[in-house]
Design a protein around this ligand. Structure first.
Ligand SMILES: [Fe+2]
Ligand SMILES: [Fe+2]
Length: 171
């Protein structure tokens, strides 16, 4: 797809958001366990890669440049999503009575999180843009890492969630 010019970091991240929204919409319409399972796996893969590149590259670049509270909330929202992603990708759809509910709640969480990132003027992206981050350089780093992680996760599965903000309760 986008292999020509380096892509602006925010454009890349927004494109990821749209991809996942489309997948959630497809999941809502889908019938048949096999199809739903496949879509859920794809959603989990996309979101895991996306969260990882934001946490490895984009959020650290925002550190000290955007509102600290907003950035902290983003990490907590990622952790909450990772727990559901781990649940969804560990279970097989057919045997989990809560499978559809988990996907639905994940969708709602992600909708909220995406809004926090994309909100006009005060969202994470708007603040980062205003702070003058080098979006071309970041975009290139994000794209490279995204390709690497996608390949790895496809080959070895999504790794156990690495939670950054959640303590002992989950152990
Ligand atoms: Fe995002
Ligand atoms: Fe995010």
């Amino acid at each position: 797809m986008a292999e020509s010019k380096p892509q602006d970091a925010i454009a890349l991240l927004k494109q990821d958001h749209r991809t996942v929204e489309d997948l959630f919409a497809e999941f809502e319409k889908a019938s048949g366990e096999g199809r739903k399972q496949k879509l859920a796996e794809q959603i989990c893969l996309e979101l895991s890669v996306h969260a990882a590149i934001e946490e490895e590259i984009f959020y650290p670049a925002c550190e000290g440049k955007i509102e600290e509270d907003l950035l902290k909330e983003s990490y907590v929202e990622h952790d909450a999503a990772k727990l559901l992603i781990a649940e969804i990708s560990a279970g097989s759809g057919q045997s989990d009575d809560f499978f559809d509910a988990k996907v639905k709640v994940l969708q709602e969480e992600i909708e909220h999180h995406v809004e926090e990132e994309e909100k006009r003027l005060e969202g994470v992206f708007a603040q980062a843009r205003k702070a003058g981050l080098d979006m071309d350089a970041l975009g290139e780093q994000l794209a490279t890492r995204k390709a690497e992680l996608t390949e790895t996760y496809k080959a070895t599965g999504i790794p156990k969630p690495e939670l950054r903000t959640v303590g002992e309760v989950t152990a």
